[in-house]
Write a new protein. Structure first.
Length: 277
């Protein structure tokens, strides 16, 4: 496994990789969700590239860029076991040199949900993913469905800019109690960790209500909110029942529908979603 830190070296190594090349873009601090993407890339492609880059451009001024969990030795050890061929680990200065001022903005689908709660977040995501695609030139790139809006943004960018690669979204990996695996789960103390299961339980409620015949999206959102509000450590950012392609909120639930939410548990903001169909 080669570990590469500069763009020039990554481009050189890319020429030596046997295609098709599968790629997984990450911010590190690996959990089973990341590793499931790497395994799928390994199973489907002769060559696998993984990036580890905590991207400052997708963090707001008051967010957790400085404290975001990092453990590069552990990450590299895990990637070695999963037989990744190359790991691209650029510095911030390598990706955003002095004078850098070129950004990718994806309209409409970034105005809602995470985009509304975290202004500028998806400009940072789209820009860094675009840059990574240009450097690594993968044939297929793998993302987790937990970040459903991110997947939608990346797919829109790839399609509209005619990038010529496949985007594959894999199912959310969950703990035994339903909590979606996330690097930010490391922030939770034991009491908060237990409380965080309210996210998945509220999504399960949305599915249950729909299966019982409830089609009023407003009613489903309200019942989800009422369930979450019963958890003292939880604070709602948003609860959504939306079209999975446009992210426009539904009045009447049609399938498929994306049920998603962002909830603060203590001082940790977590997101999750399910596709109701």
């Amino acid at each position: 496994m080669q570990v590469v830190e500069t763009i020039a070296e990554m481009k050189r190594v890319r020429k030596e990789l046997t295609g098709p090349v599968g790629f997984v873009a990450t911010m590190g601090f690996f959990h089973e969700g990341h590793l499931s993407l790497v395994r799928k890339a390994r199973a489907r492609n002769p060559s696998v590239a993984v990036s580890i880059f905590v991207n400052p451009a997708q963090f707001g001024p008051a967010e957790d860029f400085d404290t975001y969990p990092r453990d590069l030795p552990r990450d590299l050890s895990l990637l070695e076991k999963e037989r990744a061929d190359v790991v691209f680990m650029p510095s911030v200065a390598e990706m955003y040199p002095p004078g850098f001022d070129s950004w990718v903005d994806i309209a409409s689908v970034t105005d809602r949900l995470e985009g509304a709660s975290r202004p500028g977040h998806f400009r940072g995501v789209a820009t860094v993913v675009n840059k990574l695609f240009n450097i690594i030139r993968p044939d297929v790139s793998y993302f987790g469905q937990k970040d459903a809006q991110q997947v939608l943004v990346v797919r829109k960018m790839v399609q509209e800019l005619k990038m010529g690669l496949e985007i594959v979204a894999l199912p959310t990996v969950r703990e035994d109690d339903g909590l979606a695996v996330s690097s930010r789960n490391a922030y939770l103390n034991p009491e908060e960790r237990k409380a965080a299961t309210i996210l998945h339980r509220s999504l399960c409620l949305a599915e249950e209500l729909w299966e019982k015949g409830e089609k009023d999206a407003g009613s489903i959102r309200q019942q989800m909110r009422e369930l979450i509000q019963k958890e003292p450590l939880a604070r709602i950012d948003y609860v959504s029942i939306a079209d999975p392609e446009t992210l426009e909120e539904m009045d009447e639930v049609r399938t498929p529908a994306l049920a998603s939410l962002a909830v603060w548990t203590g001082r940790t903001r977590l997101i999750d979603n399910v596709v109701v169909e």
